[in-house]
Design a protein around this ligand. Structure first.
Ligand SMILES: Nc1ncnc2c1ncn2[C@@H]1O[C@H](COP(=O)(O)OP(=O)(O)OP(=O)(O)O)[C@@H](O)[C@H]1O
Ligand SMILES: [Mg+2]
Length: 495
């Protein structure tokens, strides 16, 4: 009887479920979008029950499509949108408030106050993170202060906090846990000692009783109850989506780098077995713990990646589907000197400017929609090039190639321009659903479905390799021009 792994990829805009076979190839998949809520400018919320139900339903559908019996599923692996904060009632399992999504900026001023109060160094040293509304701590603090009765109930141990991994595991098997990698994104976790940090809990006024138990990324944490999939299946792997994608790209050794071109762009480099310290405003974060050993990552995130193309579609209306950007951008030989800085929600790494806003520069009477489309695609590559430059400075090692995945990595022009800007090859693997694949691998390792990292790494195969073709002088010229464009976008909005 063939056996499989069921991977759940709970993303920001959709839930996905993919069934993988022993070769690490997908045999069935299902995707469901769910509603986004924007109750006030800068706020982004999800209904935790939409998250749970869309994930449960597409998992059932993927299993149905695969045509396998639930007894054939060796384990479940979970990858999740990170930092998004859920607070629920332990007794009933019902959420007490909407989930506050990672993109939500409602706590930006609380973060300004932390920096002004001189807390940034302590926080970076303990957690590896920049002080930013992106992470969970200020979101949880906000919920405890604004949901009536929440603080008292949390102190009495009646409420549970968790990121989306915790929430799904709780619904599936009743345990309240999170993996080390997800814990490292809360801004409450000591990434050296690998435990919740008392000083930070006091700083954010978070009662310890509300926190999940921290577990390894690859271990059996419980059995998903029979009612969900017709058989009790071990939940054996948990990782945040970017950690999972890094693992799925087989970046298991120091210096290997992947970039995911999804809604945002997330570049992660394996940093070895000690927490990296960034001097270039990147994040140091826990990758995964397997069999007692913990690997660390260096991370740079860009908020607007593929979402820039969505803006061409929904905001400007110059394309009807994201994939149409390829033909429109290819209808001109270059961007005609136009640069588009997609700082629509501020700038992430390495700038961390909450008040930057989008800008289009260099337009002339000859500028057309095609030039703007081309500039939008190129902007994704320019931002990613800034991340790699910061990473190379921090890591003081040469990066030989970059592994690419995510929805926008399908775009050949983007991949070629990326290789040209980086001056190193960009490689797209045969399986681009690396987030789900990484979760599957973590789960499969825990139950002996795969027996080693080497066995997994051997399954990674390049589908296409993009070699840099641009002369170095031209590359330097373009990057300098981009740096000037970014300066124009910075600090546009006033706090
Ligand atoms: N051909 C293309 N060229 C450029 N961008 C594209 C192309 N096709 C899709 N995209 C972009 O890719 C993104 C979707 O990628 P993906 O499905 O990996 O997103 P995601 O980040 O996993 O979503 P979530 O945040 O819900 O997890 C969209 O922003 C879309 O605009
Ligand atoms: Mg995703």
């Amino acid at each position: 009887m063939d056996r499989y792994i069921l991977a759940l990829d709970q993303g920001t805009t959709s839930s996905r479920a993919i069934v993988f076979d022993h070769e690490g190839l997908p045999v069935a998949s299902c995707q469901r979008e769910f509603p986004q809520h924007f109750p006030q400018p800068g706020w982004v919320e999800h209904d935790p029950l939409d998250i749970w139900r869309s994930q449960r339903d597409c998992a059932r559908e993927a299993l149905g499509q695969a045509g396998i019996r639930p007894q054939q599923v060796a384990a479940i692996g979970i990858a999740n949108q990170r930092e998004t904060t859920v607070l629920w009632d332990r007794a009933t399992g019902e959420p007490v408030a909407p989930a506050i999504v990672w993109q939500d900026r409602r706590t930006a001023q609380a973060c300004d106050a932390l920096r002004a109060g001189g807390k940034a160094a302590l926080i970076q040293q303990r957690t590896g993170l920049e002080v930013d509304a992106y992470f969970s701590a200020t979101k949880l603090q906000w919920l405890l202060e604004h949901v009536p009765g929440a603080r008292e109930r949390a102190e009495r141990g009646e409420l549970a906090f968790g990121t989306v991994d915790s929430w799904l595991v709780f619904r599936l098997c009743g345990r309240h846990v999170t993996d080390v990698g997800n814990a490292s994104r809360t801004m409450l976790f000591d990434i050296r000692r690998l435990r919740w940090d008392e000083e930070l809990l006091a700083l954010f006024d978070i009662p310890a009783a509300v926190l999940p138990e921290v577990v390894a990324s690859s271990e059996v944490v419980g059995l998903a109850a029979e009612e969900w999939f017709g058989h009790a299946i071990p939940i054996a792997g948990i990782a945040g989506d970017q950690q999972a994608a890094t693992f799925g790209q087989a970046c298991h050794r120091k210096g290997l780098v992947k970039n995911t071109y999804g809604t945002g762009c997330f570049m992660l480099m394996h940093a070895g077995d000690a927490p990296p310290v960034s001097h270039n405003r990147l994040l140091g974060t826990v990758g995964w713990t397997i069999g007692g050993a913990t690997d660390y990552l260096l991370e740079g995130s860009v908020f607007m990646g593929g979402a820039t193309v969505q803006w061409l579609r929904d905001g400007l209306g110059i394309i009807r589907a994201s994939s149409e950007v390829e033909a429109l951008a290819a209808s001109v030989p270059d961007s005609g000197g136009v640069m588009l800085v997609p700082a629509f929600t501020g700038l992430g790494a390495p700038h961390w400017d909450q008040y930057a806003r989008g800008a289009i520069l260099g337009m002339t009477r000859g500028t057309t929609a095609a030039h703007i489309a081309r500039a939008a695609v190129e902007a994704i590559a320019y931002q990613s090039a800034e991340l790699l430059a910061a990473m190379q400075k921090d890591a003081a090692c040469a990066v030989l190639e970059m592994r690419a995945d995510g929805g926008a990595a399908r775009n050949d022009m983007l991949m070629q321009f990326q290789a040209d800007l980086l001056g190193i090859p960009v490689v797209r693997p045969r399986v681009t659903e690396t987030t789900a694949l990484g979760a599957a691998y973590l789960a499969g390792l825990a139950v002996g479905f795969w027996d080693s990292l080497e066995a997994i790494a051997a399954q990674w195969r390049a589908e296409r390799r993009y070699e840099p073709q641009m002369p170095a002088g031209r590359r330097a010229e373009l990057l300098a021009r981009w740096a000037r464009a970014v300066e124009h976008a910075k600090g546009w909005e006033t706090p």
